[in-house]
Design a protein around this ligand. Sequence first.
Ligand SMILES: *Cc1c(COP(=O)(O)O)cnc(C)c1O
Length: 368
Amino acid sequence: MTRPFNFSAGPATLPEDVLQQAAAEMLDWHGSGMGVMEMSHRGKEFISIAQQAEADLREILSIPANYKVLFMQGGAIAENAILPMNLSRGARADYVITGSWSQKSAKEARTYCDVHVAATNEADLHTRMPAYGSWQLSKDAAYVHVCSNETIHGVEMHELPDLKALGSDAPLVIDCSSHLASRPLDWSRVAVAYGGAQKNIGPSGLTLVIVREDLLGRALPITPSAFDYQTVAKNDSMYNTPPTYAWYIAGLVFQWVKRQTEGALTGLAAVEARNIAKAALLYDYIDGSGFYENRVAVDCRSRMNVPFFLKNETLNDAFLADAKEAGLLQLKGHKSVGGMRASVYNAMPLAGVQALVDFMKHFARTHG
Ligand SMILES: *Cc1c(COP(=O)(O)O)cnc(C)c1O
């Protein structure tokens, strides 16, 4: 059986190998007589799964030893509140607005701290990242928050800002939900990286928070204990019952990342090379087509989320129906942007993007 290609923005397609392995282990994990969902999170079986997943993620992303990896719940939207509770001390925090997700983050944070908008690309309709040199950073911010890949608008920071060079001593916090583990991360620039798992890592229900140790222990008294980073860290993410099955699947995905090869490249480097090739294939076709368009500035285009429009929007419904018929699922754009969106996360093979481009060519030929 061949499965259709699924371009959902999240929850999103997972590597077929991972789904097969999870299916094979569903009733009996490694001879334990239990499925992973049925195990105590405190038993030796699950603890081994949990530790292996963390070790593999640390290896893939080269996470320094002075960062904690927290396996939490609530998604990035809950983090919009949890983060300022943990880091702001109720004081000022800088937010950079680059699209819907960072806008939501800033709005929610206002309940907990004094939000200063350091830059915004609203005037450009979120089609380019505001130039780093234009950011108005505060002298005394508890942190600077950015969304490094805007899933809805399709803009990505291809190089993270060097806050020191921009005159700020504040730690940089990134919402990297939709491109975590799609490329290496420069830890010399990042103090906290967080994201929901359901884009690139695994099922929904798991939220990863990777936080520099010196930032622990600052939570406001109102912080629920299950969401206090220090409490979560001290308890190895088992203060409350963690999302065990999602953690397990994330672990299988990390092993899948480690197994990938592309020419001489292996692991994350191979995955990144493939992501670059996939994005280039799709954007190059769109730009040259005359039939479709992408409105994002070329140097800010996301490798993961590609919003595009048919120049003749009366054909949208026909495009989506024919795409589905051709085995290409979930291409409808976010309602706030319209048009189409192809999310091409790590688990989307190059063959899936090729199939999409072939379909788009055929559709353009028959409707042009
Ligand atoms: C999907 C997404 C969110 C929202 O995640 P939830 O799991 O629904 O809380 C927030 N930020 C970014 C960048 C996202 O891609």
